[in-house]
Design a protein around this ligand. Structure first.
Ligand code: ADP
Ligand code: MG
Length: 339
């Protein structure tokens, strides 16, 4: 396979609620390429395992059939190769190459945005591959319909197979990923230490791995065992930086921007829904993302008391189960604040 990275396998991909669908779809495609899930379109934020999963499918396809022509490439590479082919008058070779693959894996296709000639070329390649029953897997950092500067006909085709999202991993999955990565590195990581890291680092798996590497390196250098206290010490700078970025002020600013209201509205006595909901969302985020107590959070929102803060947090928790708008808002805001 071209550009396949054998270190990304299904074996070392930890499944959790946040990636369950994408994982199941990827497995299915590896078993039955060119079947019902063509193309497989995986979207989600940075560092959540899109490339890993896509590569795992490629590796698995090669394991089933070592002669398969499985081609992985980043979308920018596709663009660059096409431009070069045009310059060299070799566009027919370019076309032939891509149309004779058994599986084509193109990563981060958001970079096709605004590249009209590339989209034109890819459109025809896409049609030819689909017609030929050759599997395509595409990834993107957002939902296809949200890519500005991408032709509608491509957007619609991207949805012809199966579109699945990968979400940021929840706490338990983050713990499991850390334990697995530590084991891969031959390191004994206690559950408590993994839990400590997972609690502090919530943004994405890449950051999680970075934090773990830092702890492991520090343990090598100092010869000290990895305990939660040692982890805290090793990540001190990182966590301080994070605390500086995610504080109540920033949460208020970002929530106000998001809902297009004023920060002063969040702090005001106004109780209309258009202000009260964002305020409750902001208080919940403050509880989840900072170490402030309920009285402190209440106080930071216009001098409210801790029962108001508690009520806000319970309300938002409840709404996340029953109201898909709030659920989406909360997720988006978490993402903005933690990446
Ligand atoms: P993306 O392409 O979505 O930006 P990557 O696939 O590059 O993310 O993943 C970033 C890092 O996190 C990689 O080292 C990958 O192996 C790891 N990773 C992501 N999700 C998982 C998972 N569920 N289990 C194990 N490792 C993961
Ligand atoms: Mg990637």
């Amino acid at each position: 396979g071209a550009n396949l990275n054998n270190s990304f396998t299904f074996d070392n991909f930890i499944e959790g609620k946040s990636n369950q669908l994408a994982h199941a779809a990827a497995l299915q495609v590896a078993e039955n390429p060119g079947g019902a899930y063509n193309p497989l379109f995986i979207y989600g934020g940075v560092g959540l395992g899109k490339t890993h999963l896509m590569q795992a499918v490629g590796t698995e396809l090669m394991r089933h059939n070592p002669n398969a022509k499985v081609v992985y490439l980043h979308s920018e590479r596709f663009v660059a190769d096409m431009v070069k082919a045009l310059q060299l008058n070799a566009i027919n070779d370019f076309k032939r190459y891509y149309r004779t693959v058994d599986a084509l894996l193109i990563d981060d296709i958001q970079f096709f945005a605004g590249k009209d000639r590339t989209q034109e070329e890819f459109f025809h390649t896409f049609n030819a591959l689909l017609e030929g029953g050759q599997q395509m897997i595409l990834t993107c950092d957002r939902y296809p319909k949200e890519i500005q500067g991408l032709e509608d006909r491509l957007k619609s085709r991207f949805g012809w197979g199966l579109t699945v999202a990968i979400e940021p991993p929840e706490l338990e999955t983050r713990v499991a990923i850390l334990m697995s990565k530590a084991e891969e590195s031959g390191i004994k990581l206690s559950y408590d230490s993994a839990f400590f890291i997972a609690q502090k680092i919530r943004s994405n798996v890449r950051e999680l791995e970075g934090a773990l590497k830092r702890v492991i390196a520090n343990s090598h250098f100092t010869g000290r065992a990895i305990t939660p206290d040692f982890v805290r010490e090793s990540l001190k700078d990182l966590l301080a930086l994070q605390d500086k970025l995610v504080n109540i002020d920033n949460i208020q600013r970002i929530v106000a921007e998001y809902y297009k209201i004023k920060i002063s509205d969040l702090l005001s006595k106004r109780r209309s829904r258009s202000v009260a909901r964002p305020r409750q969302v902001a208080m919940s985020l403050a509880k989840e993302l900072t170490n402030h107590s309920l009285p402190e959070i209440g106080d930071a929102f216009g001098g409210r008391d801790h029962t108001t803060a508690l009520h806000a947090i319970r309300k938002i928790k409840e709404l996340q189960d029953t109201d898909s708008d709030i659920r989406e808002d909360y997720k988006q805001l978490m993402r903005i604040l933690t990446t």
